[in-house]
Design a protein around this ligand. Sequence first.
Ligand code: FES
Length: 106
Amino acid sequence: MASVTIIEFGGTEHEVEIEPGKSLMQIAVDNSIPGIDADCGGACACGTCHVIVADAWFAKTGQTSDEETMMLGMTPERAETSRLACQIETSDALDGMVVQLPEFQM
Ligand code: FES
């Protein structure tokens, strides 16, 4: 089973199964991971699905669109490898990826 690990701000780790074609946000929500609010339902319009991708995996998460970059610009805890989880399409190629959640979503 291909999986990703989502680490809450407090350090609690969740290993969730990848469902190819679904966004990382959708997988997190489906697995009731706390800390991903996803208020806009994946429309890249709320910034409440912010994740910080482990350095080694960042390039594999795909291109960050201008719209996503703009939303991330409003995120106080933005890091070099920040992404919006709703904009990361998962596939088996992301097996083993680790992402960290910020302390707060917007
Ligand atoms: S769910 Fe709203 S920006 Fe990702």
